[in-house]
Write a new protein. Structure first.
Length: 371
């Protein structure tokens, strides 16, 4: 099949390359369109692959005016491809990417698959009610709808899908999680010893900016110190200098900056617990990556990762601002450490890209057969 992926999220996350490379290897001809703003820093681009076109076609402030921004992107998109040559469009978000796929579908009659991410729920469905009908129309006209997490699926169907559309929409909907890089499966730390450090070593990973809520996490770890001595290690590039400066003001925070996968692996093996209470979070690949090194995880309640395991299995889910809940989560993990470590190591088998790719392959073939 010839597939056009529309994926604005490829600019910030390289995880999609895992799927795209497998599709090329399986014989698909793919193109990946990545619209970015003129102001987006070149050194932050996560895109890769000969199939990828990064196109600077709008301004950063255009994001406040949905249709103004996306008409610019649509106009640019039309200049780059022979759309009639494609068998399928795959939009990797409901509103931003899905709107473009919907427009192409109306113009060329090519079917499209659309993904629903947490950002679609938190930013668009929740905060922009004037765009909800558009989101529903994109879903209604899609050949198939993919949710990345069960939580997003539940929230959208419980709050935004009219009763009359529930059954027909569910019949063409799947939940397909993302995988993690094969590196983490190949380097599972099966020799992890369930022995805690003094002080307790908590680690967190991500781009250092406000949405990752590292400052709030640092404050929670600081209050934990009144009960249980602990330090917070943070790994990730600085995307916001103010946030980085705030973190450096905490005596119990050690900021390591960016690290390679190998360096992250080695550092994780020196840690006790992984914690991240970011919001919104569609999937949170850093959680299973940390689990592969035997780290129990503390993660945001009702966000993407929360749908994969019941709380108190591989770790504990916590409301993003719940200081008491965070302390109780740490205490639970400390008191049940050997079992939680084992559960974390076993839990990563659910996040293999080969299995994810196979699910998309089945989905694509079913669409091809109905054309």
């Amino acid at each position: 099949m010839k597939i056009l992926h529309i994926n604005s999220y490829f600019q910030t996350s390289g995880l999609f390359k895992q799927l795209f490379d497998r599709q090329v290897k399986s014989g698909h001809e793919i193109d990946v369109y990545v619209p970015v703003s003129h102001q987006y820093p070149e050194d932050r681009l996560a895109t890769n692959g000969d199939y990828t076109l990064v196109s600077r076609n709008h301004n950063h402030l255009d994001r406040w005016l949905f249709h103004y921004k996306h008409r610019k992107i649509h106009k640019d998109l039309l200049q780059h491809y022979d759309f009639q040559s494609y068998d399928l469009f795959h939009a990797h978000s409901l509103f931003s990417n899905g709107w473009l796929a919907w427009k192409l579908h109306k113009a060329y009659g090519i079917p499209y698959v659309v993904a629903v991410r947490n950002a679609d729920v938190r930013t668009f469905f929740n905060r922009m009610p004037w765009l909800r009908s558009m989101g529903l129309n994109i879903m209604k006209n899609a050949q198939h709808v993919v949710f990345i997490s069960r939580n997003s699926y539940n929230e959208v169907f419980e709050n935004y899908i009219p009763r009359s559309l529930q059954e027909p929409m569910k019949s063409k909907t799947s939940i397909i999680a993302n995988g993690i890089d094969d590196f983490w499966h190949e380097n599972v730390y099966s020799d992890k010893q369930p022995i805690l450090h003094q002080p307790l070593k908590i680690v967190s990973t991500g781009k250092v900016f406000r949405d990752k809520r590292f400052v709030t996490l640092a404050e929670m770890v600081g209050k934990l110190n009144h009960i249980l001595p602990a330090e917070l290690h943070i790994i990730g590039p600085t995307w916001d200098k103010n946030t980085a400066e705030q973190l450096e003001s905490f005596s119990h925070v050690i900021y390591h900056g960016s690290k390679s996968k190998e360096e992250m692996r080695d550092l994780y093996r020196e840690m006790d617990i992984f914690a991240l209470l970011s919001f919104p979070e569609t999937f949170g690949l850093v959680y299973p990556e940390a689990m592969s090194q035997g780290l129990p995880v503390i993660y945001t309640k009702s966000e993407g990762f929360d749908s994969f395991f019941e709380s108190y299995r591989v770790g504990v889910s916590v409301e993003k601002t719940d200081e008491i809940g965070f302390t109780e989560a740490v205490e639970y993990i400390v008191n049940h450490y050997p079992k939680t470590v084992q559960n974390a190591l076993e839990g990563i088998k659910h996040f293999k890209w080969d299995e994810v790719s196979a699910k998309y392959e089945t989905l694509y073939q079913s669409i091809k057969e109905t054309r």
